[in-house]
Ligand binder design. Structure first.
Ligand SMILES: [Mg+2]
Length: 341
């Protein structure tokens, strides 16, 4: 049973008709009615030592920031505004006080940065390593929520920033590179300190131009396949259009990796992936550029199913070729969005 099968199994066992529940399992957040015009967005993500992070190279302050960022990113994915956070922190009995203080500082600074109040949680003793689970609650206009299931054939597919940098950064950290090395800083920081696209997400939701949206945690191949499956459509992606390739070249050479694999399957980018009518391509570019954002068209939604990559004239199916916690032989040290991811 892989991760998708497990989530689907759980989903089929759950009631979907709760009071005020607009959407349960299957998107970046659960959506609950707040009042006639407004909804609550709820999401939860966990970071586990040795699965999602390695204390050897993850500075505690940045780890705290990342635990908040990956949750906030799911609120951004719907177009919402983060408001409250709950934290469950598991630490070994002999945790280092200074380390825990820096971790807490990172958590509180990130909450502050995104306008989110930490309102409660739990602290527990962990027999094996550090774990951080956050629940974030956001809100937004009910009629502006951007779901994964509204992509339409003919839509242009967009991403909000470079792909594969976090995966390349992780590979560099595993190869012993550090933040002290200027050359790799940009890629390492993409992994250690991701920046969720909260403002852009809200802007896109309020623009009324976007059909479907999610954040990218498991790699383009898997994340786009989620949009396609939920929307009952297929997708074409053009390899030459994927942003961020130049910055991956040197790392690819050093580590004998094809940068294309990072671009297509690398996880934890926390960029936004969205679709909008191709008729609005110029308008979307103009509006986002005027606000100082760069967004990149990378392909087209088509009738049918599956995600295909066209690279240097070669077509390849890449559906769900990203990260899966339970796939045989899957690499560790990256994360996913099980639950309401
Ligand atoms: Mg997500």
């Amino acid at each position: 049973m892989n991760e998708r099968d497990l989530i689907e199994h759980i989903r089929l066992l759950t009631e979907t008709d709760g009071a005020g529940l607009l959407l349960g399992i299957g998107d970046d957040c659960a959506v609950i009615e707040k009042d006639r015009e407004t909804v609550w967005l709820l999401t939860m993500d966990t970071l586990i030592e040795s699965v999602h992070f390695n204390c050897k190279w993850h500075p505690p302050e940045l780890l705290g920031r990342k635990a908040v960022a990956v949750n906030i990113s799911d609120i951004a994915a719907m177009g919402g505004r983060p408001l409250f956070a709950l934290l469950s922190l598991g630490l070994p009995a002999d945790f280092a006080e200074q380390w825990a203080k820096q971790l807490s500082y990172g958590i509180s600074k990130a909450c502050q940065q995104y306008g989110c109040l930490l309102i409660g949680g739990d602290t527990v003793c962990s027999p094996a390593g550090v774990s951080l689970t956050l629940t974030v609650i956001g809100e937004m206009q009910r009629n502006q929520v951007l779901y994964r299931d509204k992509a339409k054939p003919g839509d242009t597919i967009w991403v909000s920033g470079p792909l594969g940098w976090s995966a390349a950064g992780l590979a560099l950290l595993q190869a012993g590179k550090t933040l002290a090395d200027q050359q790799w800083q940009q890629l390492l920081l993409a992994h250690l300190d991701p920046q969720p696209r909260v403002q852009l997400g809200q802007f896109l939701a309020s623009s009324g131009l976007v059909h479907a949206m999610m954040d990218m945690s498991d790699g383009l191949a898997t994340d786009l396949a989620h949009i396609c499956t939920r929307s009952k459509v297929g997708a074409w992606v053009e390899g030459d259009l994927l942003p961020g390739r130049e910055a991956l070249a040197a790392a690819g050479e050093l580590l004998c990796q094809d940068p294309l694999r990072w671009l297509v399957s690398g996880g934890e980018d926390y960029e936004l992936l969205f679709t909008a009518s191709s008729a609005n391509k110029a308008k979307l570019l103009e509006l986002t550029t005027a606000q100082g954002w760069t967004v990149y068209p990378i392909g087209t939604i088509i009738e049918g199913q599956g995600v295909s990559l066209l690279n240097s004239g070669v077509q390849e199916t890449i559906s769900f070729d990203g990260f899966d916690h339970f796939k045989k032989g899957e690499r560790s040290c990256t994360r996913t969005d099980a639950g309401s991811g």
